[in-house]
Design a protein around this ligand. Structure first.
Ligand code: JFZ
Length: 309
């Protein structure tokens, strides 16, 4: 794809996969409302307890080739994978923190596997990284049930010792990254957001930064989740969309959007010059829910039949 790949892409796959996928939105037999990837915070699960999910993380059904093929066949041109979500767990081989996928029974670097498959199948590979919230680091934002109040934390220490080294790893160990997808900047000071932007561009000048770095410092505009601009927005933009009502896998949520609804949103976004980033949440075994696969397959068929551009 060209330098302008993002303007031409129109349709991408978002993957939310992490330790939370094992819980499926349920804690101690109780369904916890709101995003299943937020379960640690929503149920205020102590870190020592949540961490034990590592011992059970072994998603034998995860297959990078099939996942990327599913995206490709659905007409998607890029893929964004959660390298580290708010829970702070790294889904790749990092030297910065022991809290990572290599220290699970699974012991495979999913970021590397997806990167290689994307390259092989011609999909632009992108990474999600939660830069502000980190519920495992005592100085990361958000965990006030194990650690000090946010205002009393040494955020700069977390930023210097975890965020910057990890962003560097992600941008130097996995080939060309299309987008680094930051999220929930909340009250991160503008100086740090600028520093993070410069840091990304230092390692990969062509890597795009999404709007959620904060303060309009991104390379493109990020709409709110599931939100569509009413009028044509001039300039590149993207809207992330869930297929049901959660990003991470939930065993309780079968509220799938219909293929027609997804298509409508996709064509609406494309007509207004934007990209639709459609989410899937593999379960604890690494399986993408059949309900998601079915919608993707049918959207892909329609696009194939009716021409993609
Ligand atoms: C964030 C995350 O907290 C969530 O877990 C998921 O990763 C999602 C893609 O992004 O949640 C948000 C962030 C911004 C808005 C809504 C949900 N927003 O602007 O409407």
């Amino acid at each position: 794809m060209s330098d302008n790949w993002f303007l031409e892409a129109k349709y991408g796959m978002f993957i939310h996969f992490g330790l939370y996928s094992l819980m499926g939105g349920v804690y101690k037999g109780e369904a916890i409302p709101y995003g299943a990837e937020w379960i640690m915070k929503n149920a205020q699960i102590p870190l020592d307890e949540y961490r034990q999910l590592m011992e059970r993380f072994d998603p034998g059904e995860f297959n990078a080739a099939d996942t990327v093929a599913l995206a490709r066949k659905s007409g998607m041109k890029y893929l964004v994978f959660t390298a580290k979500h708010h829970d702070g767990f790294s889904m790749y081989d990092t030297r910065v923190s022991d809290y990572n996928i290599m220290n699970t029974p699974f012991g495979r670097d999913i970021v590397k596997e997806l990167m290689e498959e994307c390259e092989r199948q011609g999909i632009v590979f992108c990474l999600y990284y939660s830069q502000m919230q980190d519920w495992e680091d005592e100085n990361g934002w958000g965990n006030e049930w194990d650690f000090r109040k946010n205002e009393e934390k040494d955020f700069r220490k977390y930023f210097n010792e975890k965020v910057k080294p990890q962003v560097r790893e992600l941008l130097t160990n996995y080939g060309k990254i299309g987008i680094i997808w930051f999220d929930t900047p909340y009250v991160m000071p503008i100086e740090l957001c600028r520093e993070l932007r410069d840091w990304v561009k230092k390692w990969q000048p062509e890597c795009l930064i999404n709007g959620r770095i904060g303060y309009g410092l991104g390379d493109y505009r990020q709409m709110s989740d599931n939100q569509m601009p009413v009028l044509t927005y001039h300039g590149p933009w993207e809207t992330p969309v869930t297929l049901n009502d959660t990003w991470g896998y939930s065993s309780e949520d079968e509220d799938w959007k219909s293929p027609e609804e997804v298509l409508e949103r996709l064509l609406d976004a494309a007509g207004k010059g934007g990209n639709l980033l459609l989410n899937v949440g593999p379960d604890g075994e690494g399986r993408i829910p059949p309900g998601s696969c079915e919608v993707l397959r049918r959207v892909g068929e329609w696009l194939e039949k009716n021409g993609e551009s």
